[in-house]
Design a protein around this ligand. Structure first.
Ligand SMILES: [Zn+2]
Length: 313
């Protein structure tokens, strides 16, 4: 868990809404830190930051965590200096986690129960992404009802007990006629879905939602020493059925031969104990080229990152 993780997910607008501050269509609001007659508080959606332009205000500029810190009185700014910085910032981070519904991060499933947000007065969910957990649970119940899906899993050597669903199209309008796999964020929440079509059309097999994010089967554990990167999600699922592999290696799916995303790279960069990366790609030309490209990209980013290592706080 890093501060970046929180900043990526908690929008400044959601935080303002939580504190009852309205933002107009120009991104302006009345500043909560001084007596603001006309909106002089600007919200920057692209960088998730804010700035007060009033000359009568000490708040200046900041990010979501600084906003929370100032608003809750955990930190203050006198003559531009941040007062109560370390302790105050820590309390602001805790509050930010609370707003995200993340309690004890060791067990993300208990997050909402540990949340100190009063369920009655709490604002609507503050997370940026849609919650696909519910959709996935419904799809998961369908897996036994589709002969085509069962046949496909059997052919791939995958068991019905795998965390997998089937979408006939009745529950969810996207990823129709697909075996559906969950994609997860760092805290283990389902943040998107991947569909593998079982219609047999070789040209149209892989389907992602437009807001694709998250990793399969999950973020690699920080203790990972040997990492296998597979070309597809199905490959990862298949590999994980081999007990020896599952015990000795961490498996992470890429999204095809062009599918090493920023999120993959960020996750891999955090693995401080990593000794080896093994590519599990198809032996065709596209597969071989991608191994070369991926290896180069990972070597560059990983080396740079490990030199200026910035471990989770
Ligand atoms: Zn102000």
């Amino acid at each position: 868990m890093t501060i970046e993780y929180i900043k990526d997910r908690l929008t400044i607008e959601a935080v303002l809404k939580h504190y009852g501050i309205e933002v107009d269509k120009n991104g302006m609001a009345r500043c909560p830190f001084h007596d603001d007659k006309k909106p002089s508080f600007k919200v920057y959606r692209d960088t998730n930051t804010w700035c007060c332009f009033s000359g009568n205000c000490d708040a200046e500029t900041g990010d979501v965590i600084e906003f929370i810190g100032l608003k809750e009185g955990f930190i203050s700014r006198l003559s531009g200096a941040v007062v109560g910085c370390k302790e105050g910032k820590y309390r602001a981070i805790l509050k930010a986690k609370e707003l995200l519904g993340l309690g004890d991060l060791g067990n993300p499933n208990e997050g909402n129960q540990n949340s100190l947000v009063n369920p009655v007065s709490a604002s609507p969910p503050l997370k940026r992404e849609s919650n696909y957990s519910e959709t996935f649970e419904k799809l998961r119940q369908n897996i036994n009802r589709s002969n085509r899906a069962k046949k496909y899993l059997k052919e791939r050597g995958l068991s019905l007990g795998l965390e997998v669903g089937y979408n006939s199209g009745t529950v969810f309008s996207k990823l129709k006629s697909c075996i559906v796999f969950p994609l997860k964020d760092e805290a283990g929440n389902i943040v998107s879905l991947y569909g593998r079509s079982v219609t047999g059309d070789p040209e149209r097999r892989h389907f992602y939602l437009t807001d694709r994010k998250g990793l399969y089967p999950n973020y690699p554990s920080p203790e990972t020493k040997k990492l296998i990167l597979t070309e597809s999600i199905i490959d990862a699922a298949t590999l994980l059925t081999i007990t020896e592999v599952a015990e000795k290696y961490t498996v992470l799916a890429l999204f095809g031969t062009m599918g090493l995303t920023t999120e993959h790279r960020r996750a891999i960069n955090q693995l401080t104990q990593l000794e080896e990366i093994i590519f599990w790609m198809d032996g065709d030309e596209a597969g071989e080229q991608s191994v070369e490209r991926y290896a180069k990209q990972l070597r560059e980013t990983y080396d740079t990152n490990q030199q200026s290592s910035n471990p989770a706080w």
